[in-house]
Structure formats: structure tokens, C-alpha cells
Design a protein around this ligand. Structure first.
Ligand code: KG4
Ligand code: ZN
Length: 337
């Protein structure tokens, strides 16, 4: 069975092909021009998706050595994400499914991330604890099986990736912030500044807005010119911020491990590309003697491989979508039990 996946929820246009559960192509085109504006400009993102989508579909077919009529199932992200951006991929996918007369499945972007560990050779074992850390979401979940997910915690304000992006702006690195903070942090002293970790009523919830504000206050207090901070100091601030953000994520994951029976752990989403987080999560898994699955970098950020895979799971489970499915901009409250 040949499954086409399309992902256009934000600033990555991605097309993937899964053939008999083997990944034959996963092309990702990152719209890097957004960095000129300090963040993603939704309308420009939609227009870029429009230009990129067809060439990427063509290229992925060539890479997989297939032709359009060989496709058996079309899948695309339906949300959450930028509405205009989602519309491009979803509408293109529906048109393709209609013209080829093959089934169509719409996929929740976050579910794509949650099950992205199944793209690896070593797969998560159910039930598993999933930490989803992306630019828009931070979720701690118990994943019982392919259709039963229980939410333990989420962020009460900023998402983890959003905090990296905002602190990156403060330090003059721009967007996207995660990789730049990581690079700067690798040269800094993470013990230099003790940034706070929020304590919340729900022990599984996260809050990053206080951390972000304390980085801002630290900069305002210590530097008269915020655009001229010495490089060594920038590296120390980046490292200390990264430590606090990662410690917060690890702390709640550990609390969840202490209170729930799981067979494995999976760390997913764009921020899962972070080396310190990957290392600390691996160490935590060793402490609790749990298997840990962290997707390769290619599958942490937004990619269509995870969409094709999740679409295939849903199809195997009997789902078939009509072509009037709408895109949805935010995470539906009824999505997780
Ligand atoms: O999952 P993703 O690609 O898109 C969303 O669904 O939001 O996540 C993007 C987020 C951005 O906030 C980006 O700064 C962050 O992932 N990110 C990182 C790293 N690479 C990407 N954060 C920390 N360290 C990284 N190495
Ligand atoms: Zn994502």
C-alpha cells in the first residue's frame, strides 16, 4: 500500500511516501525567509506552501519510484496550525484523493508528533508516557494504544518551543530560536544564573512565561544596552535558560513516571531535537529502567512522514474521511480523554 502524507500546518512544507510501512520519501522544505520578520508570517507561509506543494509531491514520487496512480491513500494535516497554511495542504490532498478515486484521511498534527516514534526501528511500547514539546504545544500524555490517549498535563501559558523562540529574540538570535539557543548554550555556563521553575497546582502542568520574564528582567537589570551584551554573557544566559526549561520538562516527566505504570517513554516534537533535553531524558529513562524512543532529528520538527504514518494507523483502524473535512486552527478539547 502506498500512502502519501502532506504537512503544511506552519512554516514547513513537507511531503512523504510510505510504501508497505517503509518510508520511501520525506521531503521537508523549511521556509527560512520568515527569519527576516522575527517569526512566521501566516499569509506568506500560505503562499509559499502553494508554490512548494506540487513540486514536492512530484519530487517525492520520483524519489519513491512511483507515479500518481500508484497511490492508494492520501493523508494530510487538518490542524492545529495556521488556518491558511492548513488549507493549502488539506485542499491539495482532497483534490488528489478525488481525482485518483482513493481514500482520504485527515490527521491531527499533534497525534502525528505523538506517534512519530513509530517511524524509528525501535518503537515505543504501550502504554507509553509521551512528552510532546513543539512551538505551539507542551503536553504530557499517557498513550494507552493507537486510539486511547490520556492527558496528564499541558502548559498554562507559553509552549516550550515558544519560550526558546522568545528568549532567542531577547538575545538577538531571531527565529527559530531553539537551534540558536542550543548552539550558544553549548559554549556557556548553565550554572551561572538560577532561573526559576514554576510550581503549579496540577503537578503535571507547565508554565514558561515566568521563566521568560525572569530572563528579560535579568537582561534589563544587568545591561544598560540590551543590544550589546558580551558574547560570553549571552552564552551563559542561553545555557542557564536552557537548563531551567529542560529541568522543568524533566521534573514533570519524572513525577509522571513515579505515579503511572508505563512500559516506555517517547519524547517528540520540535524541541525534542534539543541535545540537552535528549540527553537528560535518556538519563531519566535509565534511572527508571524504561525504554526511551526519541525520533531522529528529521522526525522531531514538522514532517509529513509522521502524518502519513498516523493516517495509515487511522485507515487500518477503519476510518475513512469525507472530502468536506474542515481544517481546525486549535487543539480540539475533545481530542484527548
Ligand atoms: O514541532 P515543531 O517543528 O513545530 C510545531 O508544531 O510547532 O516545533 C518547532 C519548535 C520551535 O519553537 C523551535 O524553536 C523548536 O521547536 N526547536 C528547538 C530546537 N529545534 C527546534 N528547541 C530547542 N532546541 C532545539 N534544538
Ligand atoms: Zn509540530
Amino acid at each position: 500500500m502506498n500512502v502519501l502524507g502532506i504537512e503544511t500546518s506552519c512554516d514547513e512544507t513537507s511531503v512523504a511516501i510510505l510504501s508497505s510501512n517503509k518510508l520511501k520519501a520525506n521531503l521537508i522544505s523549511s521556509q527560512e525567509f520568515h527569519s527576516n520578520y522575527g517569526g512566521v508570517v501566516p499569509e506568506l507561509s500560505s503562499r509559499a506552501h502553494l508554490q512548494l506543494i506540487k513540486p514536492l509531491v512530484d519530487k517525492s514520487l520520483t524519489k519513491a519510484n512511483l507515479n500518481l496512480p500508484d497511490l492508494d491513500l492520501i493523508t494530510a494535516t487538518a490542524g492545529p496550525g495556521l488556518i491558511g497554511a492548513l488549507l493549502v495542504g488539506l485542499t491539495y490532498a482532497k483534490g488528489l484523493a478525488f481525482s485518483l478515486n482513493v481514500p482520504f484521511i485527515s490527521v491531527n498534527h499533534i497525534e502525528g508528533h505523538i506517534f512519530s516514534g513509530f517511524l524509528m526501528n525501535e518503537k515505543p511500547e504501550f502504554p507509553f508516557l509521551a512528552l510532546v514539546v513543539s512551538g505551539g504545544h507542551t503536553l504530557l500524555l499517557i498513550v494507552k494504544n493507537f486510539s486511547n490517549i490520556i492527558q496528564l498535563g499541558t502548559t498554562v501559558d507559553d509552549a516550550a518551543g515558544e519560550a526558546f523562540d522568545k528568549v532567542s529574540k531577547m538575545l538577538g538570535f531571531g527565529y527559530p530560536g531553539g537551534p540558536k539557543i542550543q548552539q550558544s548554550a553549548s559554549k556557556g555556563d548553565e550554572q551561572r544564573i538560577d532561573f526559576p521553575i514554576a510550581k503549579l497546582k496540577n503537578k503535571y502542568n507547565f508554565s514558561f512565561s515566568g521563566l521568560k520574564t525572569s530572563v528579560l528582567r535579568y537582561i534589563q537589570k544587568n545591561y544598560s544596552d540590551e543590544t550589546n551584551i558580551p558574547e560570553d554573557d549571552i552564552n551563559d544566559i542561553a545555557a542557564s535558560f536552557q537548563k531551567a526549561a529542560v529541568d522543568a520538562l524533566i521534573k514533570n516527566t519524572e513525577t509522571a513516571l513515579n505515579n503511572n505504570e508505563v512500559k516506555s517513554i517517547s519524547l517528540v516534537g520540535g524541541v525534542a531535537a534539543n541535545k540537552k533535553l535528549r540527553d537528560d531524558m535518556t538519563n531519566l529513562s535509565k534511572k527508571y529502567k524504561k525504554k526511551v524512543v526519541i525520533p531522529d532529528q528529521e522526525f522531531c520538527g514538522d514532517n509529513a512522514a509522521m502524518i502519513a504514518l498516523r493516517g495509515k494507523h487511522l485507515f487500518d483502524g477503519g476510518r475513512k474521511d469525507k472530502l468536506n473535512v474542515n481544517p481546525y486552527p486549535s487543539l480540539g478539547e475533545d481530542y484527548f480523554q
